[in-house]
Design a protein around this ligand. Structure first.
Ligand code: HEM
Length: 512
């Protein structure tokens, strides 16, 4: 396997021999002298007609695109998804008609980008943060993106809170340092975050690397079967090599010598043929409100307990090829929660719906209006739209490429243009009724799963959690400390007491 690694994604080592090739400029003109600008005499001044220099510097000046507003620091790789054809013991078609899952052994190309969340493009990869786990499946029925994280839950459940949350987590707008007082000011007034905070401040908040962490779509989606019937679903990925996390001390030691350790680990493992693998599973429940539960299945701050909603394996994912150009692939890849295939649909999860606007909106700005034409983002199945123009549109007529009349860039038409297609099966037709208004979910249950999580941790994980929280909260004002202790006490009396003791405070539970 290791022999194939050069072709699989290039070498880590810039010194490796290759063949040298003639250097040209972007217009294809040979470059005769790449050491000296054109000047009047050897001491200058430079002359303005030095196109070679102007082109080179002009391109350099534009090398960067805006970095992602969140998840700027990432690493990615290519690979494939292989379907089991089943979901647990049942045929997968009992749940979904999505083509990529149906046939046992069928492979679909994937690209996965892992990331940290809060800090910039070259920030250390040892920071305490959820990790992004974003997948693009290049299916025969179009692309499917699943944009998730490693912790299976999220801080908030309403998308209108996301910009405030990110502002609080990012560096201070005045002195440009991340400030626990700002982070916990927001979190102490956001009780629904207590479950996620409990994960993030435990060792699970610093995964050892990207190969040893779980992935999850987090939001609730729907599966659609051949009859158009739907079920609620969550998607999960379990690393074959198991989960490995770091203590704060271990992370500090790694960061002292390598702030790119996770990117390096992923790249080097793939380059040596040690291909990371995850098993993909689904959790399903019937598509209704589930009033028997004291939490809402559409609430992304909640896990679906695996004893009630078992993990049903549906396939595996292997990453076996490194990108050959970081910018072209990893920086310009664009994932979005709106990108679904037939057989998978949106649920009414409000966070999911808010996200679905945000991703393609930011990508038209960050990468450009034609970001979907880039090879990393384009589907790998036949496709043709009547969309055209905008900056960097290089496709020409997609209609002509599919044999349709290139003069017809509208629909309907009687002149052999692109035509709409029959759906693959009956579309789901959810019925929705209710009063329009700004309304929180009626079953917030903000603390129970945080307490269950605290009790489920191993003793060393609990010790780390308490230590990490006390370290961070000791930098906060007393009112913020008290509100946070209130949340932890409401989750579990011992949890709250231990954090309170560390801060020298009495433990008092917050109201739901
Ligand atoms: C309302 C809530 C959210 C909003 C508005 C939001 C918005 C965004 C935006 C604007 C980006 C940058 C995308 C780009 O420039 O390509 C992003 C990236 C990302 N978000 Fe979210 N996000 C939200 C919640 C979440 C949640 C709940 C998760 C995890 C389940 C998540 C996971 C990610 C990941 C993994 C990326 C990086 C994708 C990549 O690798 O390119 N986000 N988000």
């Amino acid at each position: 396997m290791a022999d194939g690694t050069r072709g699989q994604g290039g070498s880590h080592n810039a010194q490796e021999p290759g063949r040298s090739a003639p250097l040209t400029n972007r217009q294809g003109h040979p470059v005769y002298d790449n050491q000296n600008t054109r000047s009047v005499g050897d001491r200058g001044p430079l002359v303005l007609e030095d196109y070679q220099f102007l082109e080179k510097i002009g391109h350099f000046d534009r090398e960067r695109i805006p970095e992602r507003v969140v998840h700027a620091r990432g690493a990615a790789a290519h690979g494939w998804f292989e379907a089991y054809g089943t979901a647990g013991d049942a045929p997968v078609s009992n749940y979904t008609r999505a083509q990529l899952f149906q046939e046992k052994g069928k492979r679909t190309p994937v690209f996965i980008r892992f990331s940290t969340v809060v800090h910039g493009g070259h920030s250390p990869e040892t920071l305490r943060d959820p990790r992004g786990f974003a997948l693009k499946f290049y299916t025969e029925a179009g692309n499917w993106d699943l944009v998730g994280n490693n912790l299976k839950v999220f801080f908030i459940r309403d998308p209108i809170k996301f910009p405030d949350m990110v502002h609080a987590f990012k560096p201070d707008p005045v002195h440009n340092r991340q400030d626990p007082n700002r982070v916990f000011d927001f979190l102490s007034l956001t009780p629904e975050a207590t479950h996620m905070v409990t994960w993030v401040f435990s060792p699970w908040g610093i995964p050892a690397d990207y190969r040893h962490m779980q992935g999850s779509g987090v939001n609730t989606y729907k599966l659609v079967d051949a009859e158009g019937r739907t079920q609620l679903v969550k998607f999960h990925f379990q690393p074959k090599e198991g989960v490995k996390n770091l203590t704060s001390e271990q992370a500090a030691e790694i960061q002292g010598r390598d702030f790119n350790h996770a990117t390096g680990d992923l790249y080097d493992a793939i380059a040596r043929g040690d291909f990371p693998e995850w098993e993909m599973s689904i959790q399903v429940m019937s598509d209704d409100e589930h009033s028997e539960l004291d939490w809402d299945p559409l609430d992304p701050t909640k896990l679906w307990p695996e004893d009630q909603f078992p993990l049903l394996p549906v396939g595996r994912i292997v990453l076996d090829r490194n990108p050959v150009n970081y910018h072209a692939e990893v920086e310009q890849v664009a994932f979005g929660t709106g990108v679904l295939v037939d057989g998978i649909d949106f649920s009414d999860d409000k966070l999911l719906q808010g996200r679905t606007f945000a991703y393609s909106d930011t990508q038209r700005h960050r990468v450009g209006p034609n970001y979907l034409q880039l090879p990393i983002n384009a589907p790998r199945c036949p496709y043709a739209t009547n969309q055209s123009g905008g900056q960097m549109d290089f496709r020409g007529s997609e209609a002509a490429a599919r044999g349709a009349n290139p003069h017809v860039n509208y629909e309907p038409s009687s002149r052999n243009g692109l035509t709409q297609q029959a759906p693959a099966g009956p579309p789901p037709r959810p019925y929705v009724a209710g009063h329009v208004g700004r309304q929180p979910l009626s079953r917030p249950n903000n603390f129970a799963q945080a307490g269950e999580r605290y009790r489920a941790f191993e003793p060393w994980e609990r010790d780390e959690l308490v230590k990490n929280l006390v370290d961070a909260l000791s930098q906060c004002n007393r009112d913020i400390q008290e509100r946070m202790v209130g949340h932890f006490t409401a989750a579990d009396a011992e949890y709250g007491q231990r954090v309170a003791d560390g801060l020298g405070l009495p433990a008092r539970a917050a109201a739901e």
